[in-house]
Design a protein around this ligand. Structure first.
Ligand SMILES: *[C@@H]1O[C@H](CO)[C@@H](O)[C@H](O)[C@H]1NC(C)=O
Ligand SMILES: *[C@@H]1O[C@H](CO)[C@@H](O)[C@H](O)[C@H]1NC(C)=O
Ligand SMILES: *[C@@H]1O[C@H](CO)[C@@H](O)[C@H](O)[C@H]1NC(C)=O
Ligand SMILES: *[C@@H]1O[C@H](CO)[C@@H](O)[C@H](O)[C@H]1NC(C)=O
Ligand SMILES: *[C@@H]1O[C@H](CO)[C@@H](O)[C@H](O)[C@H]1NC(C)=O
Length: 179
């Protein structure tokens, strides 16, 4: 009897494993790669403001400050606004974090041309990138069907004084566009 039950549960476990080919493992590897990437692409002197982001292991990334995961362990929110970060933000964020919904990067000295690839984040609901130093042109945000908050205000250059708002005319400086 006992062996029958054991057999039944072993088969159940086997069926479960076959149907879910270590999906969680792949995801978790991909997600941790993002945190390795971002620490690499930020300037070294930025490190201290993300000092609890222990990408070498130890602490799970869901416990990093400013990071929130859902019950399945997918990163759904990253808020690193106002941390005096400089350097580049990695492109292609959503091939690492496929379930990302909220991305707040505002009030940092981030530069670069990462914005295009954000249109691949199909679940994104909020994109706050106010007070950054972006380059390149704005992409077409229409693939982001779930986007409710897009804040691109004060993308200014240090050279322009007083800070000029260099965004599309339909976006007002200093306020979020709510769609
Ligand atoms: C991560 O956070 C969870 C929930 O707050 C906590 O139970 C767990 O101990 C933390 N793990 C580490 C390694 O800090
Ligand atoms: C984002 O993080 C900053 C810095 O830790 C914090 O001051 C702010 O309240 C956070 N914003 C939200 C909406 O969680
Ligand atoms: C994430 O994992 C998938 C499946 O293994 C792989 O095809 C993809 O290249 C990975 N993405 C990154 C950014 O490593
Ligand atoms: C979006 O993702 C696809 C497939 O991974 C990739 O080929 C494409 O270059 C990405 N688009 C942008 C704008 O990064
Ligand atoms: C941001 O501002 C820079 C100048 O500082 C401008 O060249 C660039 O086109 C702007 N980027 C966006 C995405 O509006």
């Amino acid at each position: 009897m006992v062996s029958h039950i054991t057999y039944f549960f072993s088969m159940l476990l086997l069926v479960f494993m076959v149907c879910h080919p270590s999906q969680a493992m792949i995801t978790s590897t991909n997600q941790s790669q993002f945190f390795v990437q971002i620490i690499k692409s930020l300037s070294p002197n930025s490190g201290s403001s993300l000092s609890d982001w222990d990408v070498k292991g130890g602490k799970p990334y869901c416990n990093f400050s400013g990071v929130m995961c859902n019950n399945e362990g997918y990163v759904v929110q990253i808020n690193i606004s106002g941390r005096s970060l400089s350097g580049h933000f990695p492109a292609d964020i959503c091939s690492y974090l496929p379930e990302l919904r909220i991305l707040r990067l505002g009030s940092n000295n981030l530069r670069g041309d990462f914005v295009d690839s954000i249109t691949n984040c199909s679940f994104l609901e909020e994109l706050s990138m106010e007070h950054l130093f972006l380059s390149g042109t704005l992409p077409d945000f229409s693939p982001l069907k779930n986007l409710k908050i897009l804040d691109l205000s004060y993308n200014c250059s240090k050279a322009s004084s007083p800070c000029q708002c260099l965004i599309l005319p339909i976006l007002r400086c200093s306020i979020s566009m709510r769609m």
